[in-house]
Ligand binder design. Structure first.
Ligand code: G6P
Length: 765
């Protein structure tokens, strides 16, 4: 650092001196030119006025008169003397002292005489600079001609020039000193100071004692560096806390799943292969908002669950590019690295036409399969045209997956959800070396219900192309096996929960999905800060209340939102003491509103909240705050943590991750979960207060029970729930799925052929 400063100072001194000397040199030259010009002018003026007086006396050769004239004029400033010569250069008159200063006759006098023109020159006489100005007199005549010589002492020009150099020298000296001083101070304060603070901070970071914010002044030059360093610090802190957790767990002889463990596990299982995930909903979509493009994480439990897996093992996620600015943000291969701030894996977007999206997504997937699989009393709609689009979209996605796999050996593919029932078969047909699993995130209905689907055979055949089919709970697996049993010719291995068909074996297994458990699980939030945040939240919402309930859902008819509102209304009727004291905040992300049923539902839910509010509200309070928009994950955390209770009252749900997210958020070990018994989560979260959401009366009682639960019971329930979610987290889900899939023994083509024959024969018997 010292050497750097020294070099900087020397360079500055040299540079400033050079520039100053050059500019002064120019200035001095200009000044000298001006002084000389001025002297010339003065000599010329004097010569003009003298010539008129001298001329008549030259004619008469009156030396005396001439002497008087030159004496009279010779006391001017800087004038060294005046002399008059005749045509033979004989001196006629000369002012006193001139002969001492100018010995001999400078050549310029002769030049003027012969050229008959005025001449001037600076000459050096006895080490003195003189300016000699010569005017021919009577130049036309030979007789009586001569020259008038005016001699100026030019030393003052040199003296002035020297003074200028001297002054400049001192000025440059002061300038150099000041600039160097200022530069050294700037370097010390703006660079050396921050650098030394940052290096102290880095030292603290190395030993894990640094704060998250980088101690750097906030100005443009250093801002990108500060940003990068603070993200490195965050990653390091996360890695350190994960490592500590691992060590802690090893010590406790527990075996919990973390993102690090999943990455190691998946990498060891995959070997040289890669992981591919296919889903309809993309994890990041780009949407236009005015003139800017925003990156949005959509409201989807599926996205919440899968994102940590790909972050952990750097694969490719293939999904429908549904954002209106999605095409602008991909490369030529329709790929982009995500998450945008800290890329960890690749997103490959697949494009669908409006018509395809209408038939495949809105139509067959969400008006057909969704109500078919959920018992929520909305009738499924099956249109042949929608089915056709569904088939075509599945083929389009299969092509994209095959393209992404390229030359990867034994790729591992995790297909997601009911949008892609045909995909496993399509992929396997082209790539028998691929290991394919499909996870069905929604319930599988009983065989009677499923049987109403006109394309049940095709759906089951497509699904059975997979090596593993996963559901959330055993009941859905059993329903699926019974549907297969009733619909297709195959051999079901009930004992091992597998289907053998045309020489291919598919394992059907429950894999209860979950959420990521926050890394800071040991840092229990301070009750005081939670309380203050809740007060601030209520102030923002403009309600005054003592108790807070929360619900977080896509606005979907399977979520039982209206039933929930009715239960709250009933609770307020039954226990009026809660009027003015209990507020329920419902976050409702509008969803699939292009479908009329969903569009109407949104309006109905809003109207229901309004109706109940109208009944009870006061000037400072209302029972239901309905927030109709999509909230990001971190925004929702605030609501979870502010709540005394969370209501999950789905009429039917594969799992429901809101229930698990609420538990994961409560590191203060407070809060009560009210959970519908018709969710997959109810099989695991046994310490929730269970409800039948259709039973408004008992759901209302459950709200009271939650609000009035003894603090010890509340805490011990939450502790057990948290232990469950911590252990059965999303990494375990992914780890188990990948393990089972990678343990599948892929058949050779010969084995496949002979098994198929044997099975055909046995079925024929
Ligand atoms: C459910 C489905 C997901 C889907 C999500 C959101 O959780 O299982 O596949 O992504 O709902 O629905 P959307 O239609 O908006 O993707």
């Amino acid at each position: 650092m010292r050497l750097f400063s020294l070099r900087l100072i020397v360079s500055l001194i040299v540079a400033i001196t050079l520039v100053s000397v050059l500019s002064v040199y120019n200035q001095v030259r200009g000044e000298r030119r001006a002084l000389r010009g001025d002297l010339e002018r003065r000599a010329a003026v004097l010569a003009d006025s003298l010539a008129g007086n001298v001329q008549p006396n030259l004619d008469t050769r009156s030396s005396k008169k001439l002497q008087q004239i030159v004496e009279r004029f010779s006391n001017r400033e800087h004038l060294a003397g005046i002399a008059v010569f005749d045509e033979k250069l004989q001196l006629l008159a000369q002012s006193a002292g001139l002969s001492d200063r100018m010995q001999g006759r400078p050549a310029v006098i002769m030049q003027a005489m012969t050229s008959k023109q005025r001449q001037s020159a600076f000459v050096n006489a006895n080490g003195q600079s003189l300016y000699v100005y010569v005017v021919p007199l009577n130049p036309e005549a030979y007789e009586n001609s001569g020259v008038l010589v005016i001699v100026h002492d030019a030393r003052y020009i040199q003296a002035q020039t020297n003074r200028l150099w001297r002054e400049t020298f001192f000025r440059v000296l002061v300038q150099v000193f000041l600039i160097v001083l200022i530069t050294v101070l700037i370097v010390r304060w703006s660079i050396a100071g921050p650098i030394s603070r940052v290096s102290q901070w880095l030292r603290a970071l190395r030993v894990g004692r640094a704060e998250a914010s980088v101690p750097m002044p906030d100005f443009d030059l250093l801002r990108p560096l500060a940003r990068e360093m603070s993200s490195i610090a965050q990653s390091l802190a996360a890695a350190r806390s994960a490592a500590e957790r691992e060590a802690q767990l090893r010590q406790d002889a527990e075996s919990s799943w973390t993102s690090e463990r999943l990455s190691v596990h998946v990498r060891s299982k995959l070997g040289n292969s890669r992981l591919f995930i296919v889903s309809n909903r993309e994890p990041y979509s780009h949407v236009r908002s005015g003139k800017t493009v925003q990156c949005v994480v959509p409201a989807s439990g599926l996205v919440t669950a899968l994102e940590p897996i790909l972050r952990a093992c750097d694969g490719t996620w293939i999904a429908h590019g549904s954002g209106d600015a999605d095409r602008e943000t991909v490369d030529v291969n329709d790929r982009l690295p995500v998450p945008p701030d800290e890329p960890r894996y690749t997103l490959r977007r697949v494009w669908l036409t409006k018509e395809e999206e209408e038939g495949y997504y809105y139509g067959f997937s969400n008006e057909g399969l969704w109500p078919l699989c959920h018992i929520a009393h909305t009738r499924p709609l099956f249109r042949a045209a929608d089915w056709d689009d569904y088939r075509k979209a599945n083929i389009k996605f299969a092509d994209a997956v095959l393209e992404e796999m390229g030359s990867t050996n034994n790729p591992v593919v995790l297909v997601q959800d009911y949008h892609f029932a045909l995909l496993p078969r399509l992929i396997k047909k082209k790539r028998p070396d691929a290991r394919v699993a499909i996870f069905w995130h929604i319930p599988w209905p009983n065989p009677e219900a499923f049987a109403i689907c006109p394309w049940q055979r095709e759906l089951l055949d497509g699904l059975l192309g997979a090596d593993v089919i996963g559901f959330h709970i055993q009941a859905h697996c059993s329903n699926f096996l019974q549907s297969v049993d009733r619909t297709l010719e195959c051999r079901i291995d009930w004992e091992h929960s597998a289907v053998n068909r045309q020489g291919h074996r598919t394992i059907i297994k429950p894999f209860p999905i979950s959420v990521e458990f926050p890394a800071n699980q040991n840092l229990t939030s301070k009750p005081n800060s939670i309380y203050l945040d809740r007060v601030a939240l209520l102030r923002e919402l403009g309600v005054d209340a003592m108790f807070v309930g929360v619900g977080v859902d896509r606005v979907d008819y399977t979520k039982g939102i209206q039933e929930r509102f009715l239960a709250i209304e009933r609770m307020l009727e039954k226990r009026p003491t809660y009027q003015g004291r209990f507020v329920f905040i419902q976050i409702g992300a509008p969803s699939r509103t292009h479908i009329k049923r969903y569009h109407d539902l949104l309006a109905d839910v809003e109207a229901e909240a309004e109706r109940i509010n109208w009944r009870f509200q006061t000037s400072t309070w209302k029972p239901i705050v309905f927030l109709k928009r999509h909230f990001g994950h971190s925004e929702i955390m605030r609501y979870y943590r502010a709540a005394d209770l969370c209501m999950v009252t789905a009429l039917h749900d594969g799992m429901n991750l809101v229930a698990k997210e609420f538990i994961a958020a409560r590191d203060d070990e407070q809060g009560v979960l009210i959970l519908s018994r018709f969710t997959g989560a109810a099989r695991e979260l046994l310490d929730a207060v269970m409800v039948n959401p259709y039973d408004i009366e008992s759901t209302a009682d459950a709200v009271c029970q939650a609000l009035e639960m003894a603090p010890e019971e509340r805490c011990s329930r939450m502790l057990r729930l948290r232990k469950m979610v911590r252990e059965q987290n999303i990494y375990r889900w992914a780890g188990n799925l990948v393990t089972d899939l990678c343990e599948v023994r892929l058949q050779t083509a010969d084995e496949h052929g002979s098994r198929a024959q044997a099975q055909a024969a046995s079925l024929g018997d």
